[in-house]
Design a binder for this molecule. Structure first.
Ligand code: BGC
Ligand code: IFM
Length: 824
């Protein structure tokens, strides 16, 4: 790498490239605009890892069982991680092979983020180090496999130091309660393994271990002994000196660091492994008599020994890769657009699985100590991963539904550990219940498993309150019907999808903190968005009811959808687009009557998704208004004009400066609603154009502007009113992932699961000759080939025989079905 290429103004840099074959993103220089991260772990033990090895690990709960320490919002931004130091014991020169924290001038550098693993390789003065980080399936540990090669013509005498800083488990307490925490840290070192056992005195149930495959020249477990006074991770005294101090931490900051000496002949490579893991003691362990302060490590020794063996590591890595092959094998497409292919086949699907695993818990924008699982978020995430992990999606649905209240309302969030609704936040987000219908419908369409509707599920997790899941869905619909406002539109409650549009907030005294009227008076603000969502959900429920033979109920649902459609057309139409809402005072929001916030994206998407305006031209008109007023080259902004000042009657939305977040940012979650709406109106060109505008891979060329990872969606891209227009934020854990996946795969490519089969109904951009895809659906494999033939009526041919319509009936599990599709 030498000196980093100069960044000059207007000179847009790429920081890496996609290796599609290996399903990796290859970062070619360490100084990315922001840390570009990846996730380790898929089951219980997780970590985040940046391109310079920054990040941390945790077991199940990023707040309560944090293994290693990380300080957010640091300078440099990303500091603290899984660091190694290599020292030339002849010259005393030392460096970090992941660049951070020493930031030495590496001769070359490459970080490969793959599916649940990251490999960072670099060379410095002809010493190459390549470190692979991953969490093996079925284990609660991470492996760092380090290969050091001497590329010199002469022998090399080297030292290798590992380092992690332990977190004292509860990440929030760890970051704040120093009067206690500086005295609680405890470690043990035995047979070369470093054990972190803070909390073991009182809880006696969990600890961490950090082991190395080589005999140790020394170790450190006290941070200051390793770093030296007034020094940082960039310049540890032990590394500089070339000798660890064998320190044992008593309080202060326990760390783990091994020191290994390596004598390498010219051309020689040595493999060294480190294993960092989490252990829980068996409750009835006879080796762990009460009162014993010595850690019981008998049960972890064999695990450690196994994972320090190169064969185990090799095999564990192969198994992990095979696991991902299987997950991603459910849908593979080959289209004329490389950015589409790699997002659909690899990265978008991968991101969907991360939202399944981590919801909104931990990224470089979510601290892991904040919110739990969102009712609304999790139901939406589901549509992105249900085809990959149907059984786990089923379980997730039942967990979510159990946090619904008997009123039909829902806790806005629940804790993944306890699975109970979060009382601090409570309910009152009036869109929440309807998402359950949409999530369940997606599950049944994908799997054909209608038995889930008969599963007994409690309300608010109260034993004895169990009712079939189907009844939960009925209550969801009724929840909206029982809460209509002055115009007959659904009451918005505390907020709908847009958390920051708080229309029941007011203050009698200007300048006073606002009050929420929802709890006081019930709040009369109404949401056109929820109205559109209701129409969609009522139609979905009608489908499920019909399938159960409840024809009268299905008809009622359709009638309710029809009625709400009428209300939307009467009170929710502004002349050229759908209004957004009515505020507490009955004033329209998202209307030409407003001075700012005249048009919002959400109702244009959701009303059309519900089918409103498809027959009478309103949908097309609304979408033209979006194109005219909201679309930018970087994506579609949430509303226009942005609010230029704070307005108490609108709440948090106006607290953001113009162009950011919900105040006219490009809130990427909403863009696919418009793509779908465009596809529904037959406009493949516009749908695909919008898709490409925010496709992270397509934006790789403008990485310098976009700044977040080019391989995953970010929640937001700054809107046109922002000085940083085009800059992304909040990457990884966002509903954007699921919805974009649905927009491209189900609506543009048109491969859409339905109750009675797999619909194949592409709405392609006009310059595509077609595409091919392999889709596993209910256990059968569909080999799909789509071609365009001008003037030819749309036709679907299944195993050589044309069918009526475009819905391919489900084939038996294990079958392979050939589907040819002609579109005009
Ligand atoms: C953020 C929103 C977010 C919400 C989540 C707000 O503070 O600004 O973007 O949707 O919190 O609960
Ligand atoms: O809909 C919400 C979501 O639940 C959390 N993130 C922001 C979105 C829009 O406010």
């Amino acid at each position: 790498m030498g000196a980093l290429p100069k960044k000059t103004e207007g000179d847009l840099l790429r920081y890496g490239h996609f290796d599609d074959e290996r399903r990796e993103y290859v970062i070619e220089r360490p100084d990315t605009p922001l840390p570009w991260i990846n996730y380790l772990g898929t089951e219980a033990y997780f970590g985040i890892v940046s391109n310079t090895a920054g990040g941390y690990s945790f077991y199940r709960d990023a707040k309560l069982r944090r293994l290693t320490r990380y300080r957010y919002n640091n300078a440099p931004f990303d500091l603290g991680g899984r660091y190694l130091y290599v020292r030339d014991d002849v010259t005393g020169d030392f460096w970090s092979p992941s660049w951070q924290p020493t930031r030495s001038e590496l001769d070359d550098y490459e970080c490969r983020h793959g599916l649940s693993y990251t490999q960072i390789a670099s060379s410095y003065r002809k010493i190459r180090a390549e470190t692979l980080y991953f969490v093996p399936l079925g284990e609660t540990l991470e492996v760092w496999r380090v290969r050091v090669t001497n590329e010199r013509d002469t022998a090399a005498e080297l030292s290798l130091f590992s380092s992690v800083e332990f977190c004292l488990w509860d990440a929030q307490d760890d970051a704040t309660n120093f009067q206690r925490n500086f005295s609680t840290g405890q470690v043990e070192v035995a047979d070369g393994v470093i054990y972190h056992k803070t909390e073991y005195r009182e809880r006696r149930d969990h600890f961490a271990y950090f082991a190395c495959s080589e005999p140790l020249a020394g170790f450190d477990t006290q941070r200051e002994s390793f770093l030296g006074a007034y020094r940082g991770w960039d310049n540890p005294e032990a590394v500089e000196r070339g000798a660890a101090t064998d320190s044992l931490a008593h309080g202060w900051q326990p760390i783990g660091s091994h020191h290994v000496r390596l004598g390498l002949a010219p051309g020689e490579t040595r493999e060294i492994s480190f294993v960092l893991g989490y252990a829980e003691n068996p409750r009835d362990d006879k080796f762990d008599p009460p009162g014993s302060q010595t850690l019981n490590k008998r049960h972890v020794r064999p695990v450690i020994e196994r994972w320090l063996r190169p064969e185990t590591v090799e095999e564990g890595f192969a198994t992990l890769r095979a696991g991902w092959d299987k997950l991603l094998g459910g849908l593979h497409v080959s289209t004329p657009d490389a950015d589409t292919n790699r997002m659909v086949n690899v990265w978008n699907a991968y991101q969907n699985m991360m939202t399944f695993n981590l919801s909104r818990s931990t990224s470089f924008f979510e601290s892991g100590i904040g919110r739990g699982m969102g009712f609304r978020d999790s139901n939406q995430d589901l549509v992105g991963f249900v085809h990959m992990v149907p059984e786990r999606a089923r379980e997730r649905i039942l967990d979510i539904a159990a946090t619904q209240m008997a009123t039909g309302g829902a806790y806005h969030q629940y804790q993944p550990l306890t699975k109970r609704g979060n009382n601090d936040i409570g309910d009152g987000f009036n869109d929440d219940p309807l998402w359950l219908i949409l999530g369940v419908a997606a599950y049944v369409k994908e799997t054909g498993d209608a038995s889930i509707l008969d599963e007994p599920v409690p309300y608010d997790n109260e034993p004895g309150s169990e009712a079939p899941l189907y009844e939960h869905l009925q209550r969801s619909l009724r929840y909206t019907q029982e809460r209509l406002g002055p115009h007959g539109l659904p009451l918005i409650g505390r907020a709908d999808w847009n958390d920051c549009l708080n229309l029941n907030c007011f203050s009698d005294t200007p300048g006073e903190p606002f009050q929420t009227t929802e709890n006081v008076t019930g709040g009369t603000a109404e949401s056109v968005f929820i109205a559109g969502q209701f129409v969609l959900a009522a139609k979905e429920l009608a489908g499920l009811a019909g399938q159960r033979g409840l024809d009268a109920e299905a008809a009622e649902c359709l009638a309710a959808a029809e009625k709400m459609t009428g209300v939307i057309v009467e009170h929710g139409w502004d002349g050229a687009w759908f209004r957004r809402a009515y505020d507490f005072y009955g004033n329209p929001i998202g209307s030409g009557e407003n001075d700012e916030g005249q048009i919002f994206i959400e109702p244009q998407g959701m009303c059309v998704l519900g089918g409103v305006g498809l027959d009478d031209g309103l949908a097309a008109q609304a979408l033209d208004s979006v194109a005219e007023r909201l679309a930018t080259p970087h994506g579609i902004v949430l509303q226009q004009p942005a609010y230029t000042s704070y307005r108490i009657e609108l709440g948090e939305i106006s607290s953001y400066p113009p162009g950011y977040k919900e105040n006219a940012g490009i809130f990427c979650h909403t863009n696919p609603w418009i793509m779908i709406a465009e596809a529904m109106t037959g406009n493949g060109d516009r749908a695909f154009d919008y898709y490409r505008r925010i496709n992270p891979s397509a934006r790789e060329a403008v990485s310098e502007v976009h700044r977040c990872e080019p391989y995953v969606y970010a929640q937001m891209i700054a809107g046109k009113d922002a000085p940083t227009h085009g800059e992304a934020k909040n990457s990884w854990l966002t509903g954007t992932a699921a919805w974009n996946y649905v927009a491209i795969t189900q609506w543009i490519l048109g491969i859409r699961p339905e109750l009675d089969g797999l619909r194949i109904d592409p709405v392609l951009p006009s310059d595509w000759p077609g595409f091919t895809a392999t889709r596993v659906f209910r256990g059968a494999t569909y080999e799909i080939s789509v071609r365009r033939e001008a003037g030819h009526p749309a036709q679907v041919i299944v195993d050589g025989a044309p069918i009526d319509g475009v819905v391919v009936p489900p084939a038996p599990a294990g079958a392979t079905v050939r589907v040819e599709v002609v579109v005009s």
